[in-house]
Design a protein around this ligand. Structure first.
Ligand code: SDX
Length: 435
C-alpha cells in the first residue's frame, strides 16, 4: 500500500456557515490522489453526491491500474501488452491472486489446484434441465454459480483464509465447466466432463465442441487466442461488476453468491453484454453504406441506439485491449477464418469512420475491449449468446482477487451509500373513503 503522507490536505469551506475543515489527500503509486471525505457528513451534515461514482474511489486497491488518458492497463504493475505476449491466463490468475508472478513450483501447485477442482457436483446437471434449451446462458450462469454455495459448506467461512483460497480455486476452475454445460444444454448435446490433461482453455473448447461419437483435437491457434483474450478480460479496476462483487461481499455474503451477483451485473449491454450487442449491431448495420445512418442514430439523444463497443468511463484514448484484440483478429482470421470476413471489414470501416467524426472525437469515444472480441469468438465457433459467458469466465479471476483484497482490507465495512431525498414531505395517512 502506498505510504499516505497525511501532510497533504484540501480545505473545504461551507459558505453558508463559514465553517472550514481540512480533508487529508492520499497519494497512490500511480494515478489521481484521493481526498478522504469520511469526516464530511459529521463536520458539515452534508452527504456528497456522485451518481455513477464518476469521481469517487470506493476502496484502496493494488491489483489493477488503468491510465485512461494514455490508454494503459497493468495488472500488479505489469503492462497488459507484456502479459498478453509472454504470460498465460492461469499465470495471470496467480499474479492477480498473490501479487507476484509464480516461481515454477508455485505455478505447478496452482495449476494442480485449479485442475483438481474443474468438476461440478453431478446433481447440478438436473439444475440445467430446469431451463428451456433457449434460456440465455448468462441466466443459467447466474443460477448455477449462485447455487454452488449449496454444495460447498466447507469453504464459505469468509474469515478463514483457507476457505477463501479454496473457494477462489473452485470458482476459477469450475467456470469453464459450468459454461461448457450451458452451451451443451442449449444445443441438446450431452455434457462433456473436463479432462485434466488439457489446458484451461483447451478444456473449455473440448467441453463446448467435442461430442462422444468423435475424436476432438483442440486447435492450438484457438487455444492460444482464447487464453490471450482471457488475459485481457481478467480484471479492470472497480468496474460495475467488480464493484457489485465488493458491495455484495461487504455484507459477508459467501463468495459463490458474490460472483453470481457479478455475473448478473456483467450481463448488462452497457458492460460485459456489449460484446454480444456489438455483433447484433454489426448485423443491424449490415453494410458499409449504412454506417452514416447509424452514426447519426448514435448521436441522436432521442434515439436509444448507442455505438456498442465504443466509449468507456476511464479510457479517453484507445482501450489497449481493443488494440491487442484487433491485431489478434487479423491473425485468427488468417489462420482459422476468412481474412476478408465481411463482419471484420465492416467493424474496421465503422471504427475508421467513427474516429473521424467530431461527435466521437470531442467525447473521446474509442473502441473498447468489446468492439472486436465478438469477431474472434465467432471465428472460434462460439455463438453470440455465449460471448458474455466468455467474459465472465475470464473476469472471475479479477472478481475473486478483488473480493479477497476487500475481505483483507481493515478499512472495509458494509457498503451502504447515502442519498439525496427528493420525495414527498412528511404527511398523514388518508383513509380510502376520503381520498
Ligand atoms: C466494459 O468499467 C469498465 O472498466 C468496463 C469494462 C471492463 O473491463 O470491466 O471495460 C468492460 O463494460 C466496456 C464498455 C462496454 N459498453 C459499451 O461498449 C456500450 C456502449 N458504451 C456506452 O454505453 C458508454 O460509453 C459507457 C457505458 C461505456 C460509458 O458510459 P459513461 O462513462 O457514463 O459515459 P457517458 O454515457 O456519460 O457518455 C459521455 C457522452 C454522452 O454524450 P453527451 O451527454 O456528453 O452529449 O458520450 C456519449 C454519451 O451519450 N456516448 C456515446 C457512447 N458512449 C458514450 N454516444 C454514442 N455511442 C456510445 N457508445
Amino acid at each position: 500500500m502506498a505510504k499516505d503522507t497525511g501532510k497533504d490536505t484540501i480545505s473545504v469551506t461551507d459558505n453558508v456557515t463559514g465553517k472550514t475543515i481540512e480533508l487529508p489527500i492520499y497519494h497512490g503509486t500511480h494515478g489521481p490522489g484521493a481526498v478522504d471525505i469520511r469526516a464530511f457528513f459529521k463536520e458539515f451534515g452534508y452527504v456528497t453526491f456522485d451518481p455513477g461514482f464518476v469521481s469517487t474511489a470506493a476502496c484502496r486497491s493494488s491489483i489493477t491500474y488503468i491510465d485512461g488518458d494514455k490508454g494503459q492497463l497493468m495488472y500488479r504493475g505489469y503492462p497488459i501488452e507484456q502479459l498478453a505476449e509472454k504470460s498465460s491466463f492461469l499465470e495471470v490468475a496467480y499474479l492477480m491472486l498473490h501479487g507476484e508472478l509464480p516461481k515454477r513450483e508455485q505455478q505447478n501447485e496452482f495449476l494442480g489446484n485449479i485442475t483438481r477442482h474443474t468438476m461440478i457436483n453431478e446433481s447440478l446437471k438436473s439444475f440445467y434441465e430446469g431451463f428451456y434449451h433457449d434460456a440465455h446462458p448468462m441466466a443459467i450462469m447466474v443460477g448455477v454459480v449462485g447455487s454452488l454455495s449449496a454444495f460447498y459448506h466447507d469453504s464459505t467461512d469468509i474469515r478463514n483464509p483457507e476457505h477463501r483460497e479454496i473457494a477462489a480455486h473452485r470458482l476459477i476452475a469450475k467456470m469453464p465447466t459450468i459454461a461448457g454445460a450451458c452451451y451443451k444444454h442449449s444445443i441438446g448435446e450431452p455434457f462433456v466432463y473436463p479432462r485434466n490433461k488439457l489446458s484451461y482453455c483447451g478444456n473449455l473448447l473440448n467441453m463446448m465442441f467435442s461430442v462422444p461419437c468423435e475424436e476432438y483435437e483442440v486447435d492450438p491457434v484457438a487455444e492460444r487466442a482464447l487464453d490471450m483474450i482471457f488475459i485481457l478480460h481478467a480484471d479492470h479496476e472497480q468496474n460495475a461488476s467488480t464493484s457489485t462483487i465488493r458491495l455484495a461481499g461487504s455484507s459477508a455474503a459467501n463468495p459463490f453468491a458474490c460472483v453470481a451477483s457479478g455475473i448478473a451485473a456483467l450481463w448488462g449491454p452497457a458492460h460485459g453484454g456489449a460484446n454480444e450487442a456489438v455483433l447484433h449491431m454489426l448485423d443491424q448495420i449490415g453494410d458499409v453504406k449504412n454506417i452514416p445512418k447509424f452514426l447519426e442514430k448514435a448521436k441522436d439523444k432521442d434515439d436509444p441506439f448507442r455505438l456498442m463497443g465504443f466509449g468507456h468511463r476511464i479510457y479517453k484514448n484507445f482501450d489497449p485491449r481493443a488494440t491487442l484484440i484487433r491485431k489478434m483478429c487479423h491473425e485468427v482470421l488468417a489462420k482459422l477464418g476468412d481474412e476478408n470476413d465481411p463482419l471484420f471489414e465492416l467493424a474496421l470501416r465503422l471504427e475508421e469512420i467513427a474516429l473521424q467524426d467530431d461527435y466521437f472525437k470531442e467525447r473521446k469515444l474509442y473502441p473498447n475491449v468489446d468492439f472486436y472480441s465478438g469477431i474472434i469468438y465467432k471465428v472460434l465457433g462460439i455463438p453470440t449468446n455465449m460471448f458474455t459467458v466468455m467474459f465472465a469466465i475470464a473476469r472471475t479471476v479479477g472478481w475473486v482477487s478483488q473480493w479477497m483484497e476487500m475481505i483483507g482490507d481493515p478499512e472495509q465495512r458494509i457498503a451502504r451509500p447515502r442519498q439525496l431525498y427528493e420525495g414527498a414531505a412528511k404527511r398523514d395517512y388518508i383513509d380510502i373513503n376520503k381520498r
